[in-house]
Design a protein around this ligand. Structure first.
Ligand code: NAP
Length: 250
């Protein structure tokens, strides 16, 4: 079985997704760089992939929009064929708030992107990777969060709940496709120094949150990408349905 060396990274225009694109290119993968809004940033990531001698295909799609996800996979099928890896990285938070202050519109968008978007991309990936569907196998890595096990009280329990769903999805899907050549795992980042925190109204979170971490510092996007790359490598060949914490001990 020869897994196609084509990796789709969702939300790859910045932060952890961009680091995954670059780290996986270094590991010999051609990269589909997905983004939602920032085409220039996605193009810069694609340029860094090409500098590493790998191919890059930039595809815009809001992962919370089923038609857009289907169109993205159709583009990849047409341009490059079946993927061998999916990094389900695209995710959002919202402004810091208590649950009793939140709207259902906020929850629906949060779950559309973080949960349904992840499941949609996983479904389309399994349809292409699984030996049950004539595929050559592959790997899926979902970006979960320490929030799933900490609960994020007073910050964003809706986000924490959405990431709890990712932990469970990883366990269940990993077991479901375990005999079909597809491994499914998650990386659970702690406080990572990216622009995500600006979305919650706390752009300095990587600095202010460091005291909460046993290692007394935020992590880097590349420290998450290293775990993603390992999970997608043959070195992790007996690893599925599990979550790797990249949290500095938190
Ligand atoms: P980030 O810096 O905000 O980057 C998010 C990326 O996702 C951007 O490339 C953005 O692209 C893209 N994106 C956002 N909404 C999208 C959508 N609907 N469809 C497709 N792409 C979309 O975030 P990050 O910190 O790298 O986080 C990456 C993942 O790690 C997320 O799932 C997050 O929940 C998780 N995580 C992060 C931390 C942390 O401390 N940073 C901790 C735990 C878990 P555009 O700007 O082009 O829309």
């Amino acid at each position: 079985m020869s897994i196609p060396r084509i990796a789709l990274v969702t939300g790859a225009s910045r932060g952890i997704g961009a680091a995954c694109a670059i780290r996986l290119a270094d590991a010999g993968w051609d990269i589909v760089v997905n983004y939602a809004r920032d085409a220039d940033a996605a193009a810069r990531v694609a340029a860094q992939v090409r500098e590493r001698g790998r191919r890059a295909l930039v595809v815009q799609a809001d992962v919370g929009d089923e038609a857009a996800v289907l169109a993205m996979f159709a583009t990849i099928d047409r341009e490059w064929g079946r993927i061998g890896a999916l990094v389900n990285n695209a995710g959002i938070v919202d402004m810091k708030a208590r649950l009793d202050e939140m709207t259902t519109a906020r929850w629906r968008r949060m779950f559309d992107v973080n949960v349904i978007g992840t499941m949609l991309c996983a479904r389309e990936a399994v349809r292409r990777m699984s030996t049950r569907h004539g595929g050559q196998g592959g790997g899926i890595v979902n970006l979960a969060s320490a929030a799933a096990v900490l609960g994020a009280p007073g910050m964003y329990v809706d986000y924490a709940a959405s990431k709890g769903a990712i932990d469970t999805l990883t366990l269940g899907l990993g077991r479901e496709v375990a005999t079909e050549g597809v491994r499914v795992n998650a990386v659970r980042p702690g406080i990572i120094d990216t622009e995500l925190h600006a979305m919650s109204g706390d752009p300095q979170r990587a600095v202010t949150g460091a005291a909460l971490v046993p290692m007394q510092r935020a992590g880097t996007a590349m420290e998450c990408a290293n775990a993603v790359a390992w999970l997608l490598s043959d070195e992790a060949s007996y690893v599925t349905g599990t979550v790797v914490a990249v949290t500095g001990g938190r």
